[in-house]
Design a protein around this ligand. Structure first.
Ligand code: PEP
Ligand code: MG
Length: 596
């Protein structure tokens, strides 16, 4: 019998893309192809124009529903992804309203030459071309705007024609998801546990998609030219999200090297996990308190494993999301109680509903005037809204006070600017407490929970000595403090470059708040995103902060940074940063301190 010759193993091929999200992925490449979109260009009969307009309305309603659903899914995603995609979804939702795009599509239908889907396509293409041809502004932001218009039109066309959207469902578990391109709204649908990594032929380092993938924590390389031509379906590959290397059909040597790197990464992760049981203490023996932020109850497990000592910020907004009506006292009570019990004696700081500005809550929108405020970030939000809608405040306070029987609880007020807001809230607290005491069959703790405040406006920071007379603790919200201090909104393309918590103006305020809190004998923690940046930990210690609350994932990394430094080094670093001319210089100082 003639021996059959074994087919030669496919040759290793190396490609290069943009390293978007660190980590090594090894697995078969499987493409999630976008179903082709066919557009009927037949001229409609004149009498069917009203029907075409009606179809368009129907597609708008479907698109709006899909986007709202996507928005509500966001609350289960990491904060970075939310911050990235929520404004984008708002742009899409806005465009579905009385926008130039919708006016243009309708006008084209009314002209009688095109059906709804062809009108949507032509109008979007025309507007995208116009945006790209405009002078001024940078090319990246023009491209982004043009993409947004085209993307929304594609969604409308799929809904008009009922042509399917791309799905990731059928792809094998553990594969490397491959695509020509990936849109941010699609990235929001990816379940990170299902895939080893992601590689695409298009896309760059800074797009919305890249930020989403980083937040999902999946190794990802984007912008690999010619990827789909060079990679056979199902072929084995290694992607390195740190270097941008993509190796197709890896040789044994490449496999071994990748496995080694993967093992080193896993070891590093494990050594972080071991930190869970070690104290958060500087090399010179100063004890630091690390707590976790909780946005959704499902994070409890991760918080328990993180080594955090309690919850420093429970954002209570989730209880009001995706509901037909606001939760009543009993519903809220049960949710708080379950969380407090799960924390098993560790303290839980519940922030009262922080509603308003960009934190929209559908079930409460009926309370607001029909016309939106001209400047919502400076309007009715946080404690201002709570004091205006006292029923809401009383219900939440009653639920928290009752739940406080289950363990140590603190109540925190968002967006405080003046002392009177604390005085007024405490008055409501006393009233609710008295009322609860009169109620039969209600178990209450011995004393009312302590009342503290978020320091997130420049006014609260500068008046901290006055506020310290009324608040039992401070928690610095560096996200809002940065925005209000620099008058820069991170989601505004015109101001995003200015938004940086490392600006000396913000650092000086942090230093001031820490000093005022110490002088007033009020404990202070920092619970904005800055607290979760291990590169900034030494600086924050040097500014006088000793308590932090952050996303549970960040706790081990921050603990590692604490255990690697001394207070003397931190203070030296803080002095240099406070004297720096700008955020860029501060970043350089931090990089130098880390030997980078
Ligand atoms: C902050 O502003 O830093 C903060 C922690 O609150 P939020 O991000 O919920 O506004
Ligand atoms: Mg805030």
């Amino acid at each position: 019998m003639k021996a059959t010759k074994k087919p030669a193993a496919p040759k290793e091929k190396r490609l290069q893309g943009k390293p978007v999200s660190a980590g090594i992925a090894i697995g078969p490449l499987h493409e999630a192809a976008e179903p082709a979109l066919t557009i009927c260009r037949d001229k409609p009969a004149p009498e069917s124009i009203p029907a075409e307009l009606e179809r368009l309305e129907d597609a708008v309603a479907r698109s709006r529903k899909q986007l709202q659903k996507l928005k509500s899914r966001l609350s289960a995603m990491p904060k970075d992804s939310q911050a990235e995609i929520a404004p984008l979804l708002d742009v899409y939702l806005h465009m579905l309203g009385a926008s130039r795009l919708m006016r243009g599509i309708k006008a084209r239908i009314q002209e009688g030459e095109l059906g709804a889907e062809a009108a949507a396509h032509e109008e979007a293409e025309a507007q995208a071309a116009l945006i790209m041809s405009q002078a001024g502004g940078d090319k990246a932001s023009r491209t982004r705007r043009a993409d947004e218009v085209q993307e929304l039109a594609r969604r409308l066309i799929r809904n008009l024609t009922r042509q399917p959207f791309r799905s990731f469902e059928g792809l094998p578990q553990g594969s490397i998801l491959t695509a020509q391109d990936l849109r941010p709204a699609e990235a929001a649908l990816i379940q990170p546990t299902r895939f080893a990594g992601i590689v695409t032929a298009e896309g760059g380092l800074d797009g919305h998609t890249a930020v989403m993938l980083r937040a999902l924590g999946l190794p990802a390389v984007l912008g690999v030219e010619g990827l789909l031509d060079k990679a056979a379906p199902g072929c084995f590959a290694i992607i390195d999200g740190e270097t941008g290397d993509v190796i197709l059909n890896p040789s044994k040597a490449s496999f071994d090297a990748a496995r080694k790197k993967l093992a080193a990464q896993t070891r590093a992760r494990r050594s972080l996990a071991r930190l869970q049981h070690l104290p958060a203490q500087t090399r010179c023996g100063v004890q630091i308190e690390l707590q976790a932020n909780l946005e959704l109850p499902f994070e409890l497990k991760m918080i328990a494993e993180s080594g955090a000592r309690g919850i420093g910020l429970l954002r209570s907004e989730f209880m009001f999301m995706n509901r037909e009506s606001a939760p009543d006292e009993e519903t809220q009570f049960r949710i708080y109680r379950d969380i407090i019990e799960a924390m098993d004696g560790e303290p839980v700081t519940i922030r009262l509903l922080d509603w308003g500005s960009d934190k929209e809550i559908d079930v409460l929108s009926r309370l607001l005037p029909e016309h939106p405020e001209p400047n919502p970030a400076l309007g009715l939000r946080g404690v201002r809204a709570l004091l205006q809608f006292e029923d809401l405040l009383e219900t939440q306070l009653a639920a928290i006070m009752r739940a406080a029987i289950a363990g140590p609880v603190r109540i925190m007020l968002p967006m405080v600017t003046v002392a009177q807001e604390i005085i007024d809230t405490r008055e409501v607290m006393r009233r609710v407490w008295r009322r609860l005491k009169r109620r039969k069959a209600v178990a209450l703790p011995e004393a009312m929970p302590p009342l503290g405040i978020m320091v997130e406006t420049a006014a609260a920071a500068l008046a901290a000595p006055l506020l310290a007379k009324h608040a039992e603790f401070f928690a610095i919200g560096s996200n809002d403090l940065t925005m209000y201090t620099l008058a820069a909104d991170r989601s505004s393309p015109g101001a995003v470059k200015l938004y940086d918590p490392l600006e000396p103006a913000v650092l000086r305020l942090l230093h001031l708040i820490a000093s005022f809190a110490a002088a007033g004998g009020v404990p202070v923690s920092l619970c904005g995103e800055l607290a979760a940046r291990p590169a900034a930990t030494a600086l924050l210690l040097g500014l006088g902060l000793r308590q932090f609350s952050m996303h549970g994932n960040a706790v081990p990394l921050v603990k590692q940074a604490i255990r690697a430094t001394t207070l003397l080094a931190c203070e030296e670093l803080a002095n240099q940063a406070l004297a720096a001319p700008d955020a860029k210089a501060v970043r350089e100082i931090l990089a130098r301190a880390q030997g980078g």
